[in-house]
Design a binder for this molecule. Structure first.
Ligand SMILES: Cc1cc2nc3c(=O)[nH]c(=O)nc-3n(C[C@H](O)[C@H](O)[C@H](O)COP(=O)(O)O)c2cc1C
Length: 471
């Protein structure tokens, strides 16, 4: 079983052929004909309904863009893809989170309890109608929760939506998107004491949701417990550190955090210090989008780079070790940082040089599509999380691939959110043969770079009319 996963990891870097793409339905929103529905207030951000706002910020249809099929040219490099039926106009809807090929295969379900602002039950969040479809009436939270939780959210992935375009690579994208979705959830649920788990009894949870887990995988749960009304706190105990120490040792034992993986030692490469940064990821959720036309090539400031890297490696409140991925990047044109490949050390907030040479040339050799090639020429920074398959497999067994990809997706999404707050455009790209860069990075054993995101000043021809549907 684990051998198959290893082979998949080593072999599936690009989409594989889909014999009959026309046989997959175009629809990317589920329906449950006849099931009872519970409406949520619209527009979500104007209401005090926390759950409704949260679901819209996660999976809602929140943006619309007017494009034309000509906008596909940088992806396809050919006029062949222009559809005969309507070659000029193209209205697309978008969501707060990025999605491979905009296939929007990620879904959210809700296990509601008595404090969830909706009647107790199990629900599917319908993004098209911004309402909840009731699937069960009882309180099923205990099947998914690992701690006291008022509401439990479950993130799933409808595999065929990705398989229709990417063939075998659907699983890689589903795992990456779980991390992206969870990263977004932990940002937008701030204030609700949210934690996430990627290691949980999937089969039981899928059963509660009424899903066939082979077709729609349950990939993550997010547990929420909003605070109770504030009481009188009392005076500080800072004057009694010995008693405090004895007490907190017990608390740490009662809820242990995930153990770090054995860390790959730092190298001897030249170090570059970075300015302090404190990114506001929630602000980034309002404007993040994938750059449509690459970048202008303008120089990036060290402050912007520091903001992106701080978010890239930020700790997440989840059940995975903080060092499940290491934080590699390539820098081409950032003030005060020589061009090259680097490993970012979050503890020291420093870059360590791991590879010299022309980054743009190396990235061009690994990039597949025209847009990605263009990004190789014009972006300033490329982030490439690196994972050690051996260490991950030892800790997680068959689940290693899934959690490692999720950690990579989450790291890149946090970085894209941070970039949006400092006017830096970004795009996650799976069409880069990242393994071709691994020797340059000095990776050995089963350590591999997993995915790329590009960052830079948005190309002036890249912005498209985009309308916020909810705010
Ligand atoms: C896992 C993942 C892989 C992606 N891979 C590519 C890619 O290979 N090429 C590309 O141009 N865009 C890629 N994207 C970007 C998506 O096309 C983009 O997120 C989607 O069109 C929605 O647009 P938005 O991000 O502006 O909401 C990827 C996104 C994700 C989440």
């Amino acid at each position: 079983m684990t051998k198959g996963t290893t082979r998949y990891h080593e072999d599936v870097h690009t989409p594989t052929e889909v014999a009959n793409p026309g046989s997959y339905p175009p629809r990317v929103v589920k329906t449950y004909p006849g099931a009872p529905r519970h409406p949520l207030p619209w527009p979500p951000e104007r209401s005090a309904h926390r759950l409704g706002r949260l679901l819209a910020d996660l999976g809602g249809i929140t943006r619309s863009q007017w494009l034309t099929p000509l906008d596909m040219l940088p992806f396809t490099d050919s006029f062949e893809a222009i559809p005969d039926a309507d070659p000029l106009q193209w209205l697309v809807t978008r969501r707060p989170t990025p999605s491979g090929g905009a296939r929007y295969s990620a879904e959210w379900y809700v296990l509601a309890g008595p404090d969830s602002e909706v009647p107790t039950g199990v629900y599917y969040y319908d993004p098209a109608r911004h309402d909840l479809v009731r699937l069960r009436a009882g309180d099923y939270r205990s099947w998914a929760a690992s701690r006291p939780a008022g509401t439990v959210l479950v993130q799933t992935n409808v595999f065929w939506r990705l398989a229709a375009k990417y063939g075998e690579m659907y699983y890689r994208l589903a795992c990456l998107e779980a991390g992206i979705q969870v990263a977004q959830a932990l940002v937008v649920a701030e204030g609700q004491n949210a934690t996430a788990r990627l290691c949980f009894p999937d089969a039981d949870v899928a059963e509660v949701l009424g899903l066939d887990p082979g077709e729609e995988g349950a990939h993550a749960v997010v547990e929420l417990l909003p605070p109770v009304p504030a009481g009188y706190g009392g005076p500080s105990l800072a004057a009694f550190p010995r008693a405090h120490g004895a007490h907190t040792a017990v608390l740490a034992q009662s809820r242990p955090g995930p153990e770090p993986l054995p860390a790959a030692p730092s190298g001897e490469g030249k170090r570059v210090g970075l300015p302090h940064a404190a990114p506001d990821l929630a602000a980034g959720t309002r404007t993040r989008h994938a750059a449509m036309r690459g970048f202008s090539g303008a120089t990036m400031s060290a402050g912007a780079l520091a903001t992106i890297l701080t978010a890239y490696a930020q700790d997440a409140r989840w059940d995975l070790p903080a060092n499940l991925v290491e934080f590699y990047c390539v820098v081409a044109d950032v003030t005060g940082v020589p061009a090259g490949a680097y490993r970012y050390h979050p503890g020291e907030h420093e870059l360590e040089l791991v590879g010299e040479g022309d980054p743009r040339q190396r990235l061009r050799e690994a990039a597949l599509a025209a847009l990605t090639q263009q990004g190789a020429r014009t972006a300033n920074v490329w982030l490439l999380p690196v994972g050690d398959a051996e260490a991950a497999e030892e800790r997680f067994g068959a689940r290693w691939y899934r959690v490692q990809q999720a950690a990579a997706g989450a790291a890149l999404h946090r970085a894209c959110l941070a970039a949006a707050t400092v006017d830096v455009a970004s795009r996650i790209q799976n069409d880069v043969l990242t393994h071709l860069l691994d020797t340059w990075f000095g990776l050995s054993g089963r350590r591999r770079s997993l995915l790329v995101a590009q960052f830079g000043t948005e190309h002036p021809g890249g912005l498209r009319p985009e309308f916020r549907l909810t705010w």
